[in-house]
Design a protein around this ligand. Structure first.
Ligand code: ZN
Length: 406
C-alpha cells in the first residue's frame, strides 16, 4: 500500500541517515585514537631519548637534559593534536545523537489524547480483522482466542475464502478464481448483465501466460474458446491481444514489439491485486486493511502533531480538539489518504457538511450555502456573486452533490 510504503521509505531514510552519521563518528574515533596514540608514542620516545642520554653520559647535567626535553615537548605541540581530534570526535558523536533523537526517540505520547479512554474492544476487533485481511489466519485465530474478540469467526470467514483463491492465483492456478467469478456472477456483472471486466482479465492473463509458455497455437485455441463472450465489451483489448499473438515470435527473440508491454507486465501480481480489490468490494470492506491505513496516516501526521504539542501544552491540544471535534490545524497527509471529494467554501473556508452543502450559482461559481445566506440575507433577495459581476437570489442556486459524498 502506498501509505505504508511511504512510511517505510521514511523510516528507511532515517535509518540510512543515522548509519551515515555513525559511520562518520566511527571514522573520527579512529582518527582521534590514532592522534592520541601518536602523541603518546612521541612523548615516550622523547623520554626514552632523554634517559639514554643521561645513562650514556654520567657527566651530563640532569637539569640541562630535562630543560632540553621540556623544550622539545613544547615544540611538538602534542596536546594540540590530541585536542583537535577529540573535538572533532565529540562533534560527530553529538550530531549522531541529535539525528537519533530526532528520528527515533520521540516521546509520541505528547500527541496522544488522554481525555478519551481507548476502546479496547474496538481496537481488538480492528487488529483481528487486520490479521485476517492479511491472510495471517493462525496468528489471527490465536489473537481472537487470547484477546477474547467477539464474532471472531464472522471476521475470519469472508477473508478465508478470499485467501484460498488468492493463494491459488499465486500458484498460477486460475480455476478457483473463475469459480469465484461464476459464484458472484450477478454481483460482478457489468451494465446490462454483460460479463464482468474482472472475468475478462482472468482470461486475458490465461491467454498471455499460454502465449508466453506454450506459444501461439495454445493461446489461439484459448482465445477461440473464451473470448467470444467479451466481443461486445472488450473488443479493443481483444484486438491488442491478437496483435500480441502475431508479434510473439519477434518479442521472444528479443526484438522490439509494439506489444512488448503486454508480455512484460507483472501479470500474476496485477491479477492478484485486482482479485483482492474485487473481493473486498463485494464484501463491503476496504481494499487496504483499515488498521494499516490508520497507522500509516497516524505516522504521517505525527511530526505535525508533535510540533503542535511542543507549541501548546498537552491539555490545550486536547481541549481545542475536544471543543471543535477537529484539530486546530490542517494536517496534509498526501493524495493517497484522500478517499472522497472535499469541498471547502472559497468564501468562508469551511469544509462543506450535510447542513452546509456546496451550492452552484447560475453564473457557474460555487460557494457554500451558509456563505450565500450570509451575503444575500434572505432567500428572495438578489446578491452579487463574490467572484463575478453576475447577480442572483439564493433560490436560483442549486445544491451540488458529489456522488461519493452520499
Ligand atoms: Zn459568479
Amino acid at each position: 500500500m502506498a501509505a505504508a510504503a511511504a512510511a517505510a521509505q521514511q523510516a528507511a531514510a532515517d535509518v540510512e541517515a543515522a548509519l551515515n552519521e555513525a559511520d562518520k563518528a566511527a571514522k573520527k574515533q579512529k582518527v582521534c585514537a590514532a592522534a592520541s596514540a601518536d602523541a603518546v608514542n612521541r612523548l615516550l620516545q622523547a623520554l626514552q631519548r632523554a634517559r639514554a642520554r643521561l645513562l650514556a653520559d654520567p657527566g651530563a647535567s640532569p637539569q640541562a637534559v630535562l630543560a632540553e626535553l621540556q623544550a622539545e615537548l613544547a615544540g611538538a605541540e602534542l596536546a594540540a593534536g590530541m585536542t583537535g581530534a577529540t573535538k572533532e570526535l565529540h562533534g560527530a558523536v553529538s550530531k549522531l545523537g541529535k539525528i537519533v533523537d530526532r528520528a527515533f526517540s520521540q516521546d509520541i505520547s505528547k500527541a496522544y489524547r488522554a481525555d478519551r479512554p481507548l476502546d479496547q474492544r474496538a481496537l481488538n476487533q480492528v487488529i483481528a480483522e487486520h490479521l485476517f485481511h492479511e491472510g495471517l489466519f493462525e496468528i489471527g485465530q490465536l489473537f481472537v482466542e487470547e484477546a477474547g474478540v467477539e464474532d471472531g469467526e464472522a471476521l475470519r470467514r469472508p477473508y478465508a475464502s478470499m485467501h484460498t483463491v488468492l493463494s491459488e492465483i499465486q500458484r498460477h492456478n486460475l480455476a478457483p478464481a473463475l469459480e469465484w467469478v461464476r459464484e458472484h456472477e450477478a454481483a460482478l456483472a457489468g451494465p446490462g448483465g454483460a460479463p464482468s471486466a474482472f472475468e475478462f482479465s482472468i482470461h486475458r492473463l490465461a491467454f498471455l501466460a499460454l502465449l508466453k509458455e506454450q506459444g501461439e497455437g495454445a493461446a489461439m485455441a484459448y482465445a477461440r474458446q473464451h473470448f467470444g463472450r467479451f466481443q461486445a465489451t472488450q473488443m479493443p483489448a481483444i484486438q491488442r491481444l491478437m496483435g500480441a499473438l502475431c508479434f510473439a515470435k519477434r518479442a521472444a527473440a528479443g526484438r522490439p514489439s509494439p506489444y512488448a508491454d503486454l508480455l512484460a507486465e507483472d501479470l500474476w501480481g496485477n491479477l492478484a491485486r485486482e482479485f483482492v480489490r474485487q473481493c473486498c468490494l463485494l464484501l463491503g470492506q476496504a481494499q487496504d486493511s483499515p488498521l494499516l491505513v490508520t497507522v500509516a496516516a497516524g505516522a504521517a501526521a505525527l511530526p505535525t502533531l508533535l510540533k503542535l504539542a511542543t507549541v501548546i501544552s498537552d491539555q490545550s491540544v486536547a481541549d481545542l480538539a475536544g471543543v471543535a471535534e477537529q484539530l486546530p490545524l490542517e494536517v496534509p497527509l498526501g493524495q493517497e489518504f484522500v478517499f472522497h471529494s472535499i469541498f471547502a467554501c472559497p468564501v468562508s473556508r469551511d469544509q462543506s457538511t450535510a447542513d452546509n452543502p456546496p451550492m452552484l450559482l447560475p453564473c457557474g461559481h460555487c460557494i457554500c450555502k451558509a456563505s450565500i445566506y450570509k451575503i444575500a440575507k434572505a432567500a428572495n433577495r438578489a446578491f452579487k456573486c463574490p467572484y463575478c459581476p453576475a447577480e442572483c437570489t439564493p433560490k436560483d442556486c442549486r445544491e451540488l452533490v458529489f456522488p461519493d459524498m452520499q
